[in-house]
Design a protein around this ligand. Structure first.
Ligand code: PLP
Length: 360
């Protein structure tokens, strides 16, 4: 069996140990004679998995007691409308910092529901950088300020996270648990699991308990955060298999030094590829400006469309998966989420160096 060098943008590579463990337990989870997928979500065996997964997020992200961890469905995309429904009151105004297509999508949903402003944007430069915090128009009257901590498509990432007075809401879909985060600075953090933390199906929400009192009575039951908080994310049937996998991925992260361990590992992986780009004499050209570079998604172009195409074809033949850039940036993108190994990054670096020699 050969495992692919998987650079998919999400769903993405999962730790081999976790996949093997799930395989071993597929027919008999914990002596139940059933797969975890066949258990009732009200059973004590499942509830244990559920609670351990939430406790794992709390421990590894050092979530303070002021915040709750929720497991929701609908992906990060359902959070886009849920946030303004719950937290953008009549007469209030929400502030969106635009750093890529996902922040644009979040803004679009808020615009359907209430008043918004754009506190900063790098759209005019095709999102090659994160605007400087000193230039952001943020003030205490904002109902909340929404940011996207890592821009999956453009390959940029906030290097320092903000600490403003207004409630800060962050889409961390593509960098959650890839580095330590000061959770106490955020009123709400959300992320689909399918890049850094597990398979698709579960959306992690970390919410400040105080926010739960702000929700208007008119919001439908299922779309209210307090419904899920009051019922330990068991108001309805949760995505039990995704949460089971999440729990094992969290164990895997814990065994590798937690958030700090992931950061070190991710820095090392990303440096290998950025170093290759920077020492290629312009053959590989990074999309992101250096001080905004993402450790998760490395976006680059070759000198011509023809070479981009040949690079992607040859890379595919050599066993590299998922290197096509998104259409808004073009070229190539290597996504280096937590479970992508250093060996895969070394293999890609070698491939890039060889390709440059042959085609440069
Ligand atoms: N936000 C970011 C930063 C993303 O990268 C993605 C998906 O790639 C999304 C939101 C959308 O997530 P989902 O497909 O879980 O709705």
């Amino acid at each position: 069996m050969t495992r692919a060098h998987n650079f998919n943008a999400g769903p993405a590579a999962l730790p081999e140990e976790v996949l093997k463990k799930a395989g071993e337990e597929m027919l008999d989870f914990n002596g139940t004679g059933m797969s975890v997928m066949e258990l009732s979500h009200r059973s004590k065996e499942y509830e244990e998995v559920h609670n351990e997964a939430a406790a794992g997020i709390k421990e590894l992200l050092q979530v303070p007691d002021t915040h709750e961890v929720l497991f929701l469905q609908g992906g990060a995309s359902l959070q886009f409308p849920m946030i303004p429904m719950n937290f953008l009151p009549d007469g209030g105004r929400a502030n969106y910092i635009l750093t890529g297509s996902w922040s644009e999508k979040a803004l679009k949903e808020a615009q359907l529901l209430g008043q918004t402003k754009v506190g900063a944007s790098s759209a005019e430069h095709n999102y090659t950088y994160i605007p400087g915090m000193e230039n952001m128009d943020v003030d205490e009257t904002d109902a909340y300020v929404h940011i996207t901590s890592n821009n999956t498509i453009f390959g940029t990432q906030w290097q320092t996270l903000p600490d403003w007075k207004s409630p800060i809401i962050a889409d961390m879909s593509s960098d959650i648990l890839s580095r330590p985060v000061p959770v106490d600075q955020f009123s709400l953090i959300y992320a689909g699991a399918q890049k850094n933390l597990g398979p698709s199906g579960v959306t992690i929400v970390i919410i400040e308990k105080e926010m739960l009192h702000k929700i208007p009575q008119s919001i439908p039951t299922f779309l209210r955060y307090d419904t899920h908080a009051d019922k330990n994310s068991l108001y309805h049937t949760p995505p039990t298999f995704a949460i089971y996998m999440l729990r094992y991925v969290l164990d895997w992260i814990r065994n590798r030094g937690g958030a700090e361990g992931m950061q070190e590992r991710n820095n090392e992986k990303a440096s290998l590829l950025y170093d290759t780009i920077d020492h290629s004499g312009g053959f590989y050209k990074g999309h992101a400006e250096k001080d905004s570079r993402s450790n998760m998604n490395i976006t680059f172009n070759l000198p011509s469309e023809e070479l981009n195409k040949t690079f992607l074809e040859k890379a595919k033949e050599a066993g590299f998966v998922g290197l096509n850039g998104h259409r808004s940036v073009g070229g190539c993108r290597a996504s280096l989420y937590n479970a992508v190994s250093l060996e895969s990054c070394e293999a890609l670096r070698t491939f890039m160096l060889d390709f440059h020699k042959k085609h440069g």
